[in-house]
Ligand binder design. Structure first.
Ligand code: SF4
Length: 421
């Protein structure tokens, strides 16, 4: 029988099977925090990934359900009082103000990455690195469930009017044809794997018209949140056939799969989904952020990378949570993050040492922390807006006691000053 997707949000949170194990006050906290951050889950996550007998410590519960601590005490109290005392308009304004204060578009996404064509801003497209363009189709600015730490949280909330999305493909295609140095298109969002095969096909067919495109990447967490997509959903066979068109056209199909914990890889359904993607010629690379209270343990990462390699995936990035939303709640200090990465990578075979980390996506590029010795940070850009700046080692020092992000560092040598902008 075909798998049926069942979605839950704040509106029907009380219908979630198992939710009764939460105290009423905890559900009220979730509801209040979800005024700011989006909340959505589904029957697969609830039934297969969360251990309801120990939900308080469960990594996937924490990954999927908003927590009180994701807001500062001040914001939480303002909201609580505002809900009781403010008019609807005043309350919405308060929500918007809090959201704007959470840096909804980190790393200069809305100011530096959006390309122009003859002076016209190309909506729903980002071009940061020379060879790669990100494309945000309007059809997939949602996900099968939402992650509490997601740096794309403004994509899923109303009221901010800050969504990055493209309603048409023509500007993208024109831009790609005019910029032949672009070889890779990453379809992202949201999760492109919420699209049905018919809609996805229209995007894939259009992209395949551009000869200079060599790789189509698809950023997705569906292998974790809804693996039925590639196995036994009604549309699964057709969807796989659409994806296979990329390979049949002689292009590379890269599934950029998002995983945060080994438990997400534990079901036979995920293994089958991965196998089905590999059968059509897709390469699956895995990535995800290091998060306090979810996966801040070297053993968790080592086990996850080992399992990924066993299933035929290629570990790619250990990111650090970006400077948006509840970063204060999820971020490890840079020294801790490096220690966790090292102790994880030391446990795995060479095949899993393709995982790079800890890495920060910042305004200028992707910065890797290579080492920290005597308070000197050894850094390099794995990606930079200017390709000539990549892979050069440069030095930094911390401006604060417990640095968690690149902006907490500053240059040591004047010649490196431009790398800290
Ligand atoms: S699935 Fe990806 S895009 Fe969606 S909420 Fe999670 S991290 Fe964000």
């Amino acid at each position: 029988m075909a798998a049926k997707y069942k979605s839950y949000s704040i509106g029907n949170i009380h219908n979630i099977p198992g939710i009764n194990v939460l105290e009423d006050s905890m559900i009220e906290d979730i509801k209040l925090v979800a005024e700011i951050y989006p909340f959505k889950t589904n029957n697969y996550v609830l039934e297969n990934l969360i251990d309801w007998d120990n939900f308080v410590n469960d990594p996937i519960f924490r990954l999927n359900f908003p927590a009180r601590e994701m807001l500062t005490n001040e914001d939480f109290e303002q909201l609580r009082l505002g809900r009781e005392r403010m008019s609807v308009d005043e309350y919405q304004q308060l929500i918007n103000d809090i959201r704007v204060g959470l840096n909804p578009h980190p790393a200069g996404q809305s100011s530096f990455n959006i390309p122009f064509d003859n002076g016209v801003k190309l909506e729903g497209i980002q071009h940061k690195y020379k060879t790669t363009v990100l494309f945000f189709p309007s059809h997939n600015q949602t996900c099968h469930a939402y992650c509490t730490f997601c740096f794309r949280w403004p994509q899923f909330v109303s009221g901010l009017n800050m969504k990055i999305q493209a309603k048409e493909t023509e500007p993208l295609i024109n831009y790609l044809k005019a910029n032949k140095c672009i070889t890779d298109v990453l379809i992202t969002g949201g999760d492109p794997m919420v699209m049905n095969s018919r809609i996805l096909e229209s995007y894939i067919d259009t992209l395949l018209e551009v000869d200079s495109i060599e790789t189509i990447r698809i950023g997705t967490k569906s292998l974790s949140f809804w693996p039925h997509k590639f196995v036994d959903e009604e549309d699964a066979d057709k969807l796989l056939a659409v994806l296979k068109k990329v390979v049949d056209a002689g292009k590379h199909l890269a599934i950029m799969a998002h995983f945060n914990h080994g438990v997400e890889l534990s079901s036979s359904l995920v293994a089958t989904a991965i196998l089905n993607l590999k059968k059509i010629g897709a390469e699956i690379r895995t990535q995800g952020p290091l998060l306090k209270s979810i996966n801040n343990s070297s053993n968790v990462w080592a086990d996850m990378w080992k399992k990924q390699v066993q299933l035929g995936c290629v570990p790619y990035y250990m990111f650090l949570p970006r400077d948006t939303g509840a970063q204060h709640y999820f971020a490890e200090t840079l020294p801790n993050a490096l220690k966790i990465y090292r102790e994880a990578i030391q446990q795995v075979s060479g095949l899993a040492r393709t995982a790079r980390g800890p890495v920060m996506s910042v305004v200028t590029g992707k910065v890797e922390v290579l080492d920290i010795k005597n308070d000197v940070y050894y850094l390099r850009y794995l990606q930079h807006r200017s390709p000539e700046e990549t892979y050069k080692i440069f030095l930094g020092k911390s401006k604060v006691e417990a640095p968690t992000w690149f902006s907490d560092l500053e240059y040591i040598n004047e010649e490196d000053a431009h790398l800290f902008i």
